[in-house]
Ligand binder design. Structure first.
Ligand code: ADP
Ligand code: MG
Length: 467
């Protein structure tokens, strides 16, 4: 049966492609209407499904009739001698561990009988779940001056993914300004317009974890191939890749492959490319190929309309004066804007109190205080460098000049004091030091504070700037 299939296939494709993709296939078993074939790797299987699924279907139907089924067996070299051991000797519960999910990206099908991804009843494509949140769509991403450019660029990309000059589209802006929402909205819209396109949303953090995992398991190539099959790749918070050169490297290759093939890449970041630190130059230059669009802090009108829209969607009524008070006082973070109104609704229903302006004031006050207390490591480094009249790069540099070392140690000390970051993460953000260096810095600062009057003055001055 397989021989006949092969000769049909051979007549219908390029000789080189036939040699590469069909000769390595081994027919393994034939039951009534199901042919099992063994393929050398998961990537191989994905490639067949992606490019030759129709051809295979026609060939097989000719041989086995309308109900023909094709079962793929992916050969796991090194680990398990031959394919037989996979299908016969390994209990089914273990099989999924070696299945395509190995990459920890859900590869699923709506079909419930498709539990074991090795076995594909009939011939069809495996679906990659896009991980999109349908609640983050364009409809409820309200437009304002602060987001007009980014929003309309996002719409343009959604209308013609890969077909605009906005590739990659990089959306950047501060915390809580809508990067994640907009990134999902673009993906959701693309899925809506082009259901056949493979869209994947993933945070840079998760991407990094998957990559590290793949290196451990020796499946780095599978990882790369998997990502190269995607039509629209959305990576959230790419600043997370800073300092992670291995992940940056692999992303660079994936990016190039996708870009060359007209696939769309959408990125978000908390900074503009020019301000990104510890990201390789070649990646930064790729980021600049497309469009970088900023999400700015929304103005008062936009804040009011976001709040009103939220209340409307939740079916809650609230006096204008209260909405106004919240919008006037919470200015720089839409997540907190929403948080304040949610907490207001919760408080009033919990205590069966009416929402009074007083209650609103006390809740808003809490939110504003919280925001103020939140200091970032970046901010601390900037303040300390300014204080000592040097730039951040100098503070982070490897130099052992005494006053620079002291500035660096103070930045570490204050980062420990005012942020929730771990020693390791403080170290990596302040010129790629390790946690022991940060610990040492904190101790040194403590000691000097007791023994050195001038130094104590530095600490007091700086403390004032952070509180
Ligand atoms: P970021 O990823 O930039 O930190 P998010 O995308 O998580 O911010 O947005 C924070 C919250 O603000 C989310 O609940 C989001 O729905 C809401 N939000 C942000 N921008 C808008 C907007 N333009 N219209 C409505 N809601 C918004
Ligand atoms: Mg986000």
């Amino acid at each position: 049966v397989w021989k006949n299939c092969l000769s049909f296939i051979q007549d219908n494709i390029q000789p080189q492609a036939f040699k590469t993709w069909f000769l390595p296939i081994k027919p393994v078993r034939l039951t009534e209407n199901a042919l099992s074939i063994e393929v050398p790797s998961k990537f191989f299987y994905e490639w067949l499904e992606e490019h030759y699924v129709k051809l295979l279907k026609v060939a097989l139907t000719k041989e086995l009739g309308e109900n023909a089924k094709l079962i793929y067996i992916i050969k796991m070299e090194n680990k398990y001698g031959n394919s037989e051991s996979i299908t016969e000797k390994i209990p089914s519960s273990n099989r999924s561990a070696m299945a395509p999910q190995e990459l920890d990206v859900p590869v699923t099908s709506k079909d419930p009988e498709l539990k074991n991804p090795f076995v594909i009843p009939g011939i069809r494509n495996i679906k990659i779940e896009s991980q999109l949140n349908p609640n983050y769509n364009f409809e409820n991403f309200l437009e304002g001056d602060s987001n007009r450019l980014a929003r309309s660029a996002g719409m343009a990309v959604a209308n013609k993914p890969g077909g605009t000059s906005f590739n990659p589209l990089l959306v950047y802006g501060g915390v809580g300004l809508g990067k994640t929402h907009l990134a999902h909205a673009i993906g959701v819209e693309i899925k809506d317009k082009y259901p056949e396109k493979t869209v994947l949303y993933i945070s840079a953090e998760k991407f990094t974890q998957q990559y590290i995992e793949s290196v451990k398991k020796n499946t780095r190539n599978d990882f790369i191939h998997f990502y190269q099959l995607i039509d629209v790749l959305i990576i959230d918070d790419v600043q997370f890749l800073s300092g992670k050169s291995g992940t940056q490297d692999v992303f660079f290759h994936i990016f190039n492959h996708l870009h060359q093939n007209g696939k769309q890449v959408i990125l978000t970041s908390d900074k503009a490319p020019v301000d990104m630190q510890d990201i390789e130059q070649r990646l930064l230059s790729r980021f600049k190929w497309g469009l970088s669009a900023e999400l700015q802090v929304p103005n008062y009108e936009t804040r009011v309309s976001i709040l009103k829209n939220k209340l409307y969607r939740d079916g809650v009524e609230m006096p204008d004066a209260i909405v106004d008070h919240v919008a006037k006082n919470i200015k720089t973070n839409i997540r907190e804007l929403e948080g304040a109104i949610i907490s207001l609704i919760a408080q009033s229903s919990f205590n069966k109190r009416e929402v009074t302006l007083e209650l609103a004031e006390s809740i808003v006050e809490k939110f504003v205080k919280n925001t103020k207390r939140e200091v970032s490591i970046d901010y601390i480094q900037k303040v300390v460098s300014d204080y000592f009249d040097m730039d951040v790069a100098t503070l982070q540099s490897k130099t052992r000049k005494r006053h620079i070392v002291q500035a660096r140690q103070l930045a570490m000390f204050f980062s420990k004091k005012y942020t929730k970051a771990s020693l390791a993460s403080i170290g990596s953000q302040i010129g790629k030091r390790d946690h022991a260096t940060v610990l040492h810095a904190c101790k040194t600062v403590d000691n000097l504070a007791e023994t050195d009057k001038q130094f104590r003055k530095y600490i007091e001055d700086l403390n004032k700037k952070f509180t």
